[in-house]
Ligand binder design. Structure first.
Ligand code: S3P
Length: 168
């Protein structure tokens, strides 16, 4: 069973995924890294600027399809996976989906000096996207964790406990 982390940009998916992989002694994969490899571009901004968002989403679908055949991985996803039902279906078929729910205020603070995200250039537009996606993250997840008041350790432990329940 894979553990798949979903949530908005800057919600801590990569950090938690790496920590979980270390604790559970299993491999960690980041969907954006796999998309980047497939794209032959040097960063995500370039894919959006030169190939367009649609191309990015196509690559995202093909990566999700490949991942649906894997097992025992910790997967951190891009914040937009919930915009395509087919991606979520592929991911769900391989494991447990965990939504890391963070407030927009915290996300904004975290991404203040980060310009690697093409869809977070304008905080107002990003906030609209955030509000649009919240119900989708809720709908597709097996577990939701409100992360604002929790330490990395607490979040990791909650996921591990849920994994054990899920497997039994
Ligand atoms: C996106 C989130 C990004 C990346 C791409 C699109 C989105 O991943 O996949 O820029 O649509 O929310 P992170 O959530 O890791 O920032």
């Amino acid at each position: 069973m894979n553990i798949i982390l979903i949530g908005f940009m800057g919600s801590g998916k990569t950090t938690i995924a790496k920590r979980l992989a270390k604790k559970l002694i299993c491999n960690y994969l980041d969907m954006d890294d796999l998309i980047l490899k497939k794209s032959k571009r040097s960063n995500i901004n370039q894919i959006f600027a030169l190939d367009g968002e649609l191309k990015f989403r196509e690559l995202e679908i093909s990566v999700a399809k490949k991942l649906s055949k894997t097992d025992n991985l910790i997967i951190s996803t891009g914040g937009g996976v919930v915009m395509n039902r087919i991606i979520i279906d592929y991911l769900k078929s391989s494991g447990m989906i965990v939504f890391l729910e963070s407030s927009f205020e915290n996300i904004k603070k975290r991404l203040k000096f980060d310009d690697s995200r093409p869809l977070f250039k304008n905080p107002k537009i990003a906030q609209e996207l955030f509000e649009l996606r919240q119900p989708l993250y809720q709908q597709y997840s097996d577990l939701t964790i409100k992360t604002d008041q929790k330490s990395l350790r607490e979040i990791t432990n909650i996921i591990i406990e849920e994994k054990i329940k899920h497997e039994n």
